[in-house]
Write a protein that binds this ligand. Structure first.
Ligand code: B4P
Length: 189
């Protein structure tokens, strides 16, 4: 099974990924988590990404693609994948969909978690109090939402053209959203 999980910041990608990964036995590949791990370890990539992420901007495509593509290939050749927060730009989507044989890396399903912007802002500001993530400030949240609208939403059309796009209303409880996702995952993919 190869799943792309996408949606705006605060839509619940990480929350739902944690449920889907054990269920399907796939590898969880979150570009946000990988970048935060690089920052924690003080790597060169982490140093480059830290300020960009804190401002809510997108990390440059070439750094992201180099970090994630080998992992996607390995997962596609093995247990399958759940991509969380990737691809976020047209260049990233082209890198994913343009990957050649031997492994077929094309997703079986691309799930968009839809939540209106005011609800997202509220969720992220609540998390800011609890977790103190550096990019959960009002300015960074605004930036993240803008990048989502300008750069990530157009990518959905590429998945629509492939016939794998599924848009889910993600305003319900975590359980309701999880059930809605499972209903849209193709059986036997
Ligand atoms: P990510 O870590 O991917 O962060 P995000 O998209 O902002 O999602 P987030 O983790 O906030 O929210 P989620 O949907 O899980 O990326 C962080 C940064 O890394 C980016 O801004 C960028 O700088 C960089 N980056 C990452 N990938 C990149 C890429 N491909 N290209 C370039 N740069 C990249 O939602 C979680 C929140 O919602 C939680 O607070 C949770 O409690 C709440 N929630 C979940 N479900 C809920 C529900 N049903 N009801 C109420 N609350 C709910």
């Amino acid at each position: 099974m190869k799943i792309v999980l996408t949606g705006p910041p605060g839509a619940g990608k990480g929350t739902q990924a944690k449920r889907l990964v054990p269920r399907f036995g796939v590898e969880h590949l979150s570009t946000g988590d990988l970048l935060r791990a690089e920052i924690k370890q003080g790597t060169e990539l982490g140093k480059q990404a830290e300020g960009i992420m804190a401002a809510g901007d997108l990390v440059p495509d070439e750094l992201i693609i180099e970090m994630i593509q080998p992992r996607i290939r390995a997962a596609a050749e093995g247990p399958g994948y759940l991509l969380d927060g990737y691809p976020r730009t047209q260049a990233q989507a082209e890198a994913l969909l343009g990957m050649a044989a031997p492994a077929d890396v094309t997703p079986d399903v691309a799930i968009v978690l839809f939540v209106p912007a005011p609800v997202l802002t509220e969720r992220l500001l609540n998390r800011a109090e609890a977790e103190k993530r550096p990019d959960d400030t009002p300015e960074a949240i605004e930036n993240r939402l803008r990048f989502y609208t300008e750069s990530t939403r157009p990518v959905h059309e590429m998945f629509r053209a492939l016939g794998v796009l599924q848009v889910i209303n993600a305003q319900g409880t975590e359980d309701e959203v999880a059930d809605a996702i499972l209903e849209r995952i193709p059986v036997g993919a």
